[in-house]
Design a protein around this ligand. Sequence first.
Ligand code: DON
Length: 304
Amino acid sequence: MDYQEIIEEVYHQVQQENLRGKVATYIPELADIHPEQFGIALVDLNGNVFGVGDYQMTFSIQSISKVHTLTMVFHKFNTQLWYRVNVEPSGNPFNSIAQLEYEKGIPRNPFINAGALVITDALCSKYEQPTKQITDFINEISGKNCVAINQAVKDSEKNHGERNTALAYFLKSYKNFDNPVEEVLDVYFSHCAMEMNCVDLAKSFSFLANDGYSIFANRQILSESHARRVNAIMLTCGFYDEAGEFAYRVGMPGKSGVGGGVAAVMPHKFSIAVWSPELNEKGNSVKAIRALELLTDKLSFSLF
Ligand code: DON
């Protein structure tokens, strides 16, 4: 399989289509990004890296970090986590408050903001220095010290953090939040403000394509059955109210972020990260989704 040739074909085809969206504007640091950047990196299970376009540029991984934090708590809590957060698709925007009230403070899944806040809260209960431990973990599974927290993005997230703060207090009112809100939000904004390039991000997802074993960390990160479950949650919830559309068009477990990144896995084959900052109205990268759709159409195999 010539992955380099395929991703180059995909890259050029997407560029020709001239798809447009809008960069995230809720904080100035994301609003000011050059919108036309576009990169793809694919990493196979032997560690070979294939890249095209801006695949070595770092970008804000935002909600993609929720897969890393979920992995960390999954390992620590096993099934004890699931009375605090469900695993159902939300069919609602990622920052919805309404659903949380209907469902009495139990978030639909760990990837909507409310669910991710519960996960970060659980991490704060288990780890002494959660932000450092999240960074160390992502560095380990990428095989390199590659993660930087963009302080300006983090500060800005905090200054514009009314909705996440409201979600956290709402969770606390339902007794689904153990640690001080400010402390947990600090960790949450830190992991959303992490920056990586497509290569390192794809490497950090490699264990999910490899039954839980990371060839970059040289160890089993999750058991095979836990890795399958993380993939199932990505497939059903990774794109919020566009999860069905992504499964239909692309058919890979994946996770998006409002920085324009998407990381996805083809189990037993490869992991991939695509980045382009312009988003559709659901907050997911227009070019990244199209690129992955073309990629899975061109491959001679699929998940289904
Ligand atoms: O908390 C937030 O709303 C942002 N820091 C992250 C949201 C995000 O990436 C949603 N994904 N598409």
